[in-house]
Every structure is written in C-alpha cells, then in structure tokens.
Design a protein around this ligand. Structure first.
Ligand code: HPA
Length: 248
C-alpha cells in the first residue's frame, strides 16, 4: 500500500476511488484530517491532505508527527509527499516537477522529532540521504512511463513560512546551494526517517522564488493557483504509474 501526502493544490486525489475515511488519534494528537482509503486502479492507497481537506492548516501548524505516525500505523510500502515549491534554480520554472535529493532545514519552533523522552538512550538517525533512493527511483521510472518530464535531484530549502521569502533571503538560499524553496519539507522528511518510512517528495514548482523571473517584484498568488492546478494533472499521471509499478 502506498501512502500519499497531498500539499497545496492537492487536497484530494481525483483518480482515487474512495472506500472509507478514518479519523485517527495518535500519541502526538490528531493528523491534519481523516485518512482517506481507496484505490487507484486495483491498488490500495492511503491519502492525507497535509493542510487539511479545506486547506486551512498553515505549514508551521501542521501536526507532522501525527500525520506520519498515523500513516506508519498502516505500514505503507512507501510514502510519496507532494509539495509545492518556489523555483530558485533556472531550470525550475513554474509548472516543472522535480524530485529533490537533498534538503536544508531553516524551520524553527516545530515539533521535529519522536525522540524526546529522557528515559531512553539518545538516538541520532542518519540523515545523509534524506529521501528514500528506492522510492525516488520508482518515481523516476513512473514519470518515464507516464511520459511526464521530471527533474532528477535538487536541494530543497525548507523555510518557516507562512510568509514568502524576501529576494535577499532567496539569494542567501541559493548561496547555500538550494535549488527550490518550500515550507513543509521539514520536519516531514526527518520524521519519516525516524519512523523508517521510505519517503520521497514530488516537488511541484508553483512560482519563481522571490526576486527571480516573473517574481522579480511580486509573487502573484492567482498565478500560483492556476500553475498548480495544471501541474497536478501531471503529478496524478505519475502517481497512477507508480501504483501500477509498485502493485500492492
Ligand atoms: N517559497 C516558499 N514556499 C513556497 C513557494 C515559495 O516561493 N512557492 C510555493 N511554496
């Protein structure tokens, strides 16, 4: 079973035949909404809208721990997160889909670990490769079969939000080596690692990052929504191929 976390632009999965929804409680509180169970073709899927089904939970208020804990309890073979980003690298124009292979965390004040009790030995997870290479490989293959273009690799900068960045902040992220910027990549990726989940992110470029391209002076949110609406069709094509490749 594959789990999909939908981000901005993907509060539901049009290709999913829903069988039931389940409200979950976890030791970390409630996830962003009930988990949605259903099928794509003949394959079982769990879907969760990261920002809630009405898109009301801002990135810094998402209960990432509860979301991943709830998904993990169904032992999914992999977790694919869909996340919108701003493009910093020249290749990453609005509408492009990328598969980041690295991440830098600029968030703060979020609940970022499951390891916080003082009565167990201290645990340090390895985070050299933040994303699961097997899941990344499957997504590349799925994109190829779906004839959808995808950019393999890139550094995701996770910012705190909910505001967008200043042009100078984007210049700094670029100097740090970031190719794209989003607000939800962390602590999601680290928590997935802590739980041993095979997790990867399909990053959908919604806009040029602040100060770049058509965002030189302003990021127009109307444009962002229409770009995402179109790109989600491509994302769905990739996900449909992924479930076919993976089976149950
Ligand atoms: N910055 C941060 N997060 C984002 C952006 C951006 O420009 N676009 C979509 N998510």
């Amino acid at each position: 079973m594959i789990a999909i976390i939908g981000g901005t632009g993907m509060t539901k999965l049009a290709c999913l035949e829903i069988s039931n929804r389940r409200v979950m409680r976890t030791p970390y509180g409630e996830p962003s909404g009930p988990l949605t169970f259903g099928k794509i073709g003949n394959h079982e899927i769990i879907f969760l809208a990261r920002h809630g089904y009405g898109h009301t939970i801002p990135p810094h208020m998402v209960n990432y721990r509860a979301n991943l804990w709830a998904l993990e309890s169904f032992k999914p073979t992999r977790v694919v997160s869909v996340a919108s980003v701003g493009g910093i690298h020249g290749n990453l124009m609005p509408g492009t889909i990328a598969l980041p292979d690295q991440i830098i965390d600029y968030t703060h004040g979020r609940k970022f670990t499951y390891f916080e009790s003082t009565d167990r030995p201290v645990t340090h997870i390895d985070f050299t490769d933040p994303y699961c290479s097997v899941t990344r490989g499957r997504l590349l293959e799925a994109a190829k079969q779906a004839k959808e273009k995808i950019i393999d690799g890139g550094v995701y900068a996770a910012t705190q939000g909910p505001r967008l960045e200043s042009a100078a902040e984007i210049n700094r992220l670029e100097r740090d080596g970031a190719d794209m910027v989003g607000m939800t990549g962390m602590p999601e990726a680290a928590l997935a690692k802590e739980l041993g989940l095979c997790y990867a992110t399909l990053a959908v470029v919604a806009n040029y990052a602040a100060g770049r391209g058509t965002s030189e002076h302003l990021i127009r949110l109307e444009d962002v929504h229409s770009v995402l609406e179109k790109a989600m069709v491509n994302v769905r094509n990739i996900l449909e191929q992924l479930v076919n490749l993976d089976g149950d």
